[in-house]
Design a protein around this ligand. Structure first.
Ligand code: TXA
Ligand code: MG
Length: 317
């Protein structure tokens, strides 16, 4: 279980973790969305180790995490639209995909062959302290084996990646619980590449109407595989009640459930609980999980996106 790799995120532990990052090692990093598997974004060998540890397809690019907007400006070219979004939502669960600067110090491995780089300034103070202490941007995919459920506690990271990570900073359970919303651009038009911790309406209030990537542009959003976030148990969504042999994951007051994502029907609470509850039902030995309908508005859009992927036929080797 490697409990010994988990360390409370004290100032001292952050200093030690930053030293490890500068030496090319991997660190489990708490963020407000999910835990990340962090590496020095300027170190190609360290990035290669991330792809190996997660068994992640090499065509799936990584997000460079920055401690502030100033650091992001050294990596990518900001348009006025991107600037507005960063100002409104950073630090927080928003990732912007922008053209790399010609002098961008982040390894091209992080971009997986694209001429863009995804950047995000996380809302969790430990993450920002770690980036600042390292003095470099950090790439950090979710700290789970590729295709599995994202981790929302330090113990989830230890359970999934064990001895492949050199230290895991414990910054508590993630408050958002879903990955960041990823926005790309087609000229000035913002495109919703991944639904996530900030709802569509909130973003549209700042950026105007969001477009969708063209279906014939498969590279616009390389990480959006149909099957992802998959528990070991099978998953049935929009289930008004469980069938025989199923455990029931409820939402709201009306559902007599084995576990309830939010008994009061709050979407933010459901988002924060989603991945941990799927893991808990898996660990209980459940073979089949049925999930109550979740309203498809606000954070519910991202929750339903993750549930659809978790329920999809497994297409990962
Ligand atoms: O909340 C989050 O974003 C978490 C925490 C740790 O920050 N990180 C995360 O990383 O979810 P990851 O690697 O699991 O997902 C990154 C997503 C993928 O869908 C990837 O394809 C997309 O962002 N992405 C990264 N760089 C891109 C780029 N240059 N163009 C288009 N999509 C990109
Ligand atoms: Mg991920």
């Amino acid at each position: 279980m490697n409990r010994n790799r988990i360390s409370p995120a004290t100032a001292d532990a952050i200093t030690r973790a930053a030293e490890k990052l500068r030496a090319g090692q991997l660190v489990g990093m708490p963020t407000e969305t999910v835990y990340g598997l962090a590496a020095d974004a300027t170190n190609g060998e360290a990035i290669a180790r991330i792809y190996e540890a997660k068994n992640r397809p090499r065509f799936n690019p990584l997000i460079a995490h920055v401690s502030d907007l100033e650091m992001a400006r050294q990596l990518v070219v900001f348009t006025p639209e991107a600037e507005r979004l960063a100002t409104a939502f950073w630090p927080g669960p928003l990732t912007l995909v922008l053209p790399r600067r010609p002098d961008c110090p982040v390894s091209e491995l992080a971009s997986a062959g694209l001429d863009t780089l995804a950047v995000r300034c996380p809302g969790h103070a430990v993450a920002r302290s770690l980036i600042a202490a390292t003095g470099r941007p950090l790439v950090a995919p979710s700290a789970n084996p590729s295709g599995a459920i994202s981790p929302t506690t330090a113990q989830h990271v230890a359970d999934g990646l064990g001895n492949r990570v050199d230290i895991i900073l414990d910054g508590g359970a993630c408050s958002v619980g879903l990955e960041s919303t990823v926005i790309g651009f087609d000229g000035e038009t913002p495109l919703l590449l991944r639904k996530g911790g900030i709802g569509r309406q909130e973003i549209e209030a700042v950026a105007g109407r969001l477009g969708s990537p063209a279906p014939d542009a498969p590279k616009a959003s390389p990480g959006m595989l149909a099957s992802h976030y998959a528990p070991a148990a099978s998953l049935r969504i929009n289930a008004k009640s469980p069938r025989s042999g199923e455990v029931y994951l409820g939402f709201g007051p009306d559902w007599p459930a084995d576990l309830n994502l939010s008994p009061t029907g709050r979407l933010d609470e459901a988002a924060a609980n989603l991945f941990a509850y799927l893991r808990r039902l898996d660990a209980s030995g459940a073979r089949a999980i049925a999930v109550a309908p979740i309203p498809d508005k606000g954070l519910g859009e991202a929750i339903n996106d993750r549930l659809r992927r978790a329920a999809a036929p497994r297409d990962l080797s």
